[in-house]
Each structure stands twice: as C-alpha cells, then as structure tokens.
Design a protein around this ligand. Structure first.
Ligand SMILES: Nc1ncnc2c1ncn2[C@@H]1O[C@H](COP(=O)(O)OP(=O)(O)O)[C@@H](O)[C@H]1O
Ligand SMILES: [Mg+2]
Length: 428
C-alpha cells in the first residue's frame, strides 16, 4: 500500500493498485513522455486518441504498459480499429477464442495511447470491495478506492477480461458509467457521485467458446447495448487455412526450420478447429506454439516436446490428451529438412525493414511498386531493380540504410547464392 509519505516512490504500485487511493491526491505532472515514436508511427492512431493530450501523474504512469511486443494481424488493422472505437465511443468489446491475442492487443493499445491500464479478470472472484472500494480501520475516516472507482476518477483504460463472467451486481453498477457522460454512485460511501474522468476508456474481452465448458451466461443485455463497437478476433491459422505470417512469427521467435514451423502451425490449425467444434477444451495460441517450437529447437523431438507442452496444456483427461497426440502425429515430421526458400526469406526481410520505418512507409513502397511498375513486393525477388529504383526515388541517399537493415534481417542467409545475387542487384 502506498503511504502518504511515499511520494515519488512508485515501486510498490503494481501490487497495490487496489489500495492506492492516496496517490491521486498529489498531481505532479511529468512532461517527459516515453512513447517509442517508431512504434507510434507504425499505427495511424493519433487522429483518434492523441497521447500528447494526456498528462497523468507519475504514479499512474507506472500503470502504462511498456515494451509490448508487436501485434500481428492479417491486415485487419485491429489496433487502429480499437483506438478508433475508443476515440469515438470511449469503449469497445473484443470477442474471440482464447489465445487470439485479445489481452496482448489491449496492452499494446494502452502503451500506444499512453494510457494507464486497470485490469480486472471477471472470471476470478475479485470482491466488490476490491472493485469499488471500502473503509479501512474503524469508523468512516479512511476510504480506499477500488480499481473501478480509481479508473473512473483518474482515467486510463479499464480492461474487463472474461466480461461474460461478470457478476450481476458489478454489471448493474457499471451501467450508468458506460453512458457517454457517465458517472458512478458509491452507495457504500454516502452515495458519493463520481463523474467519469474525461480520459476514462473501457475495453472488454470475452471468449464465446468458454461458455460451452464453464457454463457462463451471455453478457448482461443492458451492458451489451452500451458497447458500440464489437470486434471479432480469430486465430491466424485455423482448419485448412495456414497463415504464412504465423509460420514466419515462429521462425523469427524460436529458430526452428521453416518445415518444422509449418508443421507446428498445421497441428495448431487442426487443434483449433476441434476446439471450435467443441471437441477439445482448448485451442493453442501463438505463444503456446512458440513454447513448443523452442523445445524442439533445443533438440527434443516434436512428439516429446508436444507432450511436454500442448498435450498437457489442453487437458488432464487421458482421452483428450490422446486425441491431441493423434493430431500431432498426423503431421509428417520426418520430411527431410530442405533449406529455406530464399524468396520467402528475402520478402520477409524487406517487409520487416520497411516496417521498422513504419507501416505508412511499407504501404507507400507497395503502392509505388504497383503504380509505377505494376509489381508487388513478392515480385522483387525475381526483379529487384524495381524496388531499387523506388527506394532511391523515395529516400534518396538514405536508401542505403534500408538496404543495411534488409541485410541485417537476412542474418546468416545473406551468404547463400540467390540472396547474394539479390543483394548485389538491390545495392547497385
Ligand atoms: N496476433 C498476435 N500477434 C502477436 N502475438 C500474439 C497474437 N495473438 C496471440 N499472440 C500471443 O499469444 C499468446 C496468447 O495471447 P493472449 O493475448 O493472452 O490471448 P487472449 O487474451 O485472446 O486469450 C500471447 O503470448 C500473445 O502475445
Ligand atoms: Mg486474455
């Protein structure tokens, strides 16, 4: 808990969010914003929510997430769409099975918008006291705000995970806050009326599939009506759809070969399909796949590594575990490991180099390739000269730094012959 004398010391804040009413009393504005400008430019969000407009006191700045890894999507622009919903309506709902990155994206949005994050998992039995507040000690002198009350008073993003598990009394209390110019009434504290802070945003997430297993009820109707925007999340690869981005993500994060990464994603796509059909209790996330891949990269066989990770994670039930094993074995793991396709390698390296400058830069290069030469980025492997011309045209002398970063992204692959040829062409 933060004592009145601990001003400036915010180290304990994370564990004391619930009981930290007092920090709100001192408002020391901090002018040094630490938004990674590279990250900010990758997303076009400033027109909806502009971090420059916020000035949260230092203690609250501690609640702003840092170093959130990038979020990959298939061009759905989830980040922009969530921030747009926040900009227009102050709240937004994210729906999707477990492991589709809902929590991840909430952290990313909070970081990009530089908003403190107040997180509640409605599936856990958090007490109403912790959520709204209580008096401590004897009598009615020392009131401590709960999480929701703190958010309502001081602003930031309130993130309600597993919102369909929310208890009725909590939902009822939240309803009036969710109307655009909302407020809350603290019955526990002599009906104090708290107006919703101008920078108080709300994100909720739910898993539509959890209901089959845990018997959750649908989201309270009044609450549902107050959410203007609903975004659906899904796995990158599922059923027969295998997403190259997910394969590349495993390559980048874990160091397995492309064949292995592809097989891993094939298994995941099948497991996720079974989960969606209601035949398995869990569908693996990209994070789960990365753990599996790391153990394989360390030398374990895919089956052994799968037993230690995916199988055990899916269920305790022997029959269900057997089903998962069957799916893992259904993929051909013995295929001789061919070297990585240089084309895919190069395109990924180019895309990554441009993304380091920001998504608008990547889009600009793609547009120019199409407009001037009727070429896509993928054509640049066979015909690097077009990319070369466009980079020179847009960036002038600075284009060499982009080529350096392409080389860096290619890593060890730079020494192979086709890659050397490509690099020679593009450096002309
Ligand atoms: N689209 C994505 N891009 C990057 N990482 C992702 C993505 N989707 C899921 N992950 C990773 O998978 C794991 C599970 O994601 P999480 O946000 O907890 O899912 P959810 O909240 O939907 O259950 C995390 O490690 C997360 O970083
Ligand atoms: Mg989650």
């Amino acid at each position: 808990m933060i004592s009145p004398t601990s001003e400036g010391n915010v180290k304990n804040l994370e564990t004391s969010r619930v009981n930290s009413d007092k920090f709100s009393l001192k408002i020391n504005f901090s002018k040094n914003k630490k938004v990674d400008s590279k990250k900010l430019h990758t997303y076009d969000i400033k027109k909806y929510v502009n971090p420059d407009n916020f000035d949260f006191p230092p203690d609250m700045q501690e609640l702003i997430p840092k170093n959130t890894p990038p979020y990959y999507d298939r061009g759905e622009n989830y980040v922009e769409r969530i921030v747009r919903a926040l900009g227009y309506f102050k709240q937004c709902a994210c729906i999707g099975p477990s492991g589709t990155g809902k929590t991840h994206i909430v952290y990313l949005v909070a970081e990009l918008c530089q908003l403190p994050l107040w997180e509640i998992n409605c599936g856990l039995q958090t007490s109403t006291y912790d959520l709204f507040g209580r008096y401590i000690g004897l009598g009615k002198e020392n009131w401590i705000d709960g999480i929701i009350t703190s958010w309502c008073r001081h602003g930031g993003i309130l993130y309600l995970d597993e919102a369909n598990m929310m208890k009725q009394d909590v939902a009822t209390k939240l309803n009036p806050i969710l109307d655009t110019r909302g407020h809350m009434v603290l019955n526990e504290k002599d009906n104090e009326l708290i107006t919703r802070h101008k920078d108080a945003y709300m994100l909720i997430s739910m898993n539509p599939f959890s209901s089959e297993f845990t018997g959750t009820k649908p989201l309270n109707a009044a609450f549902r009506r107050r959410m203007s925007v609903w975004l659906n999340f899904d796995y990158m690869s599922v059923g027969t759809h295998i997403d190259d981005k997910e394969v590349n993500l495993l390559l980048e994060r874990t160091g397995v070969s492309r064949d292995t990464a592809t097989s891993i994603v094939h298994v995941a796509a099948k497991l996720r399909q079974e989960y969606k059909n209601g035949d398995l209790p869990y569908g693996p996330s990209v994070g789960d796949l990365a753990n599996w891949a790391r153990i394989i990269a360390d030398g374990a066989s895919p089956i052994d590594a799968g037993n230690e990770t995916l199988v055990a994670m899916t269920s305790d039930d022997y029959e269900i575990q057997e089903e998962v094993r069957k799916i893992i074995k259904s993929v051909d793991w013995d295929e001789t490991q061919t070297s990585d396709d240089p084309k895919v390698f190069i395109i990924v390296a180019v895309e990554k180099a441009l993304l380091e400058l920001g998504k608008p830069d990547l889009n600009k290069v793609k547009e120019r390739l199409m407009k001037d030469y009727k070429r896509t980025l993928a054509d640049c492997y066979e015909e690097p000269e077009f990319l070369n011309r466009i980079l020179k045209d847009i960036y002038g002398k600075a284009h060499v730094t982009i080529i350096d970063s392409i080389k860096r992204n290619l890593g060890n692959a730079s020494s192979s012959e086709p890659v050397q040829k490509f690099l020679a062409e593009i450096t002309r």
